[in-house]
Design a protein around this ligand. Structure first.
Ligand code: GLU
Length: 301
């Protein structure tokens, strides 16, 4: 059977119920798939089991169902995908594109300080490449992707976002060799998401703008693994009263699905969809109107 021309997905982490912000991402990815007459999948991103909360997956699936956002296949779970991540990581290590790292956080801080690099206390540290040439007698902890070329040249990744326009990131300079498997065991989101998107034949990624910053890293990984890159559209974020994006971490409340059309209407507003006067009798009728509006806004230009 030929691969579907369009496959989209919504990939929630089951760290809590969907909130107003994650409903926006779910709705947008569902709408884009329906507007393209494509396939829409749900993937449960439970790769970091310690962050998951019991019952969250079931709650998310019930919320999606109540909103009428129904997937075309049963959900895939990352906890069932370890073998595929093992294979991908082994390929990268064998090809010299990934390497074991023996540095603790303290070692990284010390190496950065020695190099005179000052960073904000909470800021991500750009890994200085200490273990690129070998572990220097240290025990292996994490595994990292080699982000610079063999001649240490930087790799500027350029990509296009359907909403945000042209984007670029010098991953080697701005992020450094990032972690693919963590010292404490689990695979990193970056590796899991790239392997899973490819395995599921995802052609279009539609997700929240807070994840846009990960895209260049994911494109580097796709290239290293010889995988096709999907197209990307990052959706506007919902901000709380404090101006920060809503997140489970800052206590955003679960999206209320007792009035599903009201919840969808709020999400459609964030997406700037013109659906005034849309039928409000059932989620399906409202969603049909949204598909039309989405097609005009995002598929016909
Ligand atoms: N699991 C991620 C999250 O819930 C989303 C990953 C993605 O869409 O690429 O933030």
């Amino acid at each position: 059977m030929p691969a579907p021309a369009y496959t989209g997905r919504f990939a929630p982490s089951p760290t809590g119920a969907l909130h107003a912000g994650s409903v926006v991402a779910a709705l947008a990815s569902w709408l884009d798939a329906r507007a393209h007459r494509g396939r829409w999948l749900v993937r449960i991103e439970d790769v970091d089991v310690r962050r998951c909360t019991p019952g969250a997956e079931a709650q998310i699936l019930l919320q999606l169902q109540a909103l009428g956002l129904v997937a075309d296949e049963p959900p895939m779970r990352q906890t069932e995908r370890t073998e595929a991540y093992d294979v991908a990581l082994a390929r990268l290590v064998q090809a010299g594109q990934a390497y074991p790292c023996g540095c603790s956080r303290r070692d990284v801080d010390a190496a950065l300080a020695a190099a005179g690099v000052v960073h904000a206390r909470e800021a991500e540290r750009v890994y200085p490449g200490t273990c690129r040439m070998g572990l220097g007698g240290r025990a292996p902890r994490a595994v990292r992707l080699l982000t610079c070329g063999p001649d240490a040249s930087a790799q500027v990744v350029r990509w296009h976002d359907r909403r945000l326009g042209p984007q670029q990131q010098d991953v080697a300079r701005e992020v450094g060799d990032f972690v693919l498997r963590r010292a404490d065991g689990p695979y990193a989101y970056q590796l899991a998401v790239v392997v899973d998107d490819a395995a599921q034949g995802v052609t279009h990624v539609v997700r929240g703008e807070d994840l846009a910053d990960n895209t260049a890293r994911q494109i580097l990984l796709q290239r290293a693994l010889g995988l096709a890159a999907p197209t990307y559209l990052h959706t506007p974020l919902v901000r709380g009263a404090d101006g920060f994006k809503l997140s489970k971490q800052n206590g955003a409340s679960a999206a209320d699905t007792r009035d599903p059309v009201r919840t969808l209407e709020l999400a459609a507003q964030v997406l700037g969809l013109e659906v005034q006067g849309a039928p409000r009798g059932s989620p399906q009728a409202f969603l049909d109107a949204c598909v039309q509006a989405w097609r005009q806004a995002w598929c016909e230009r």
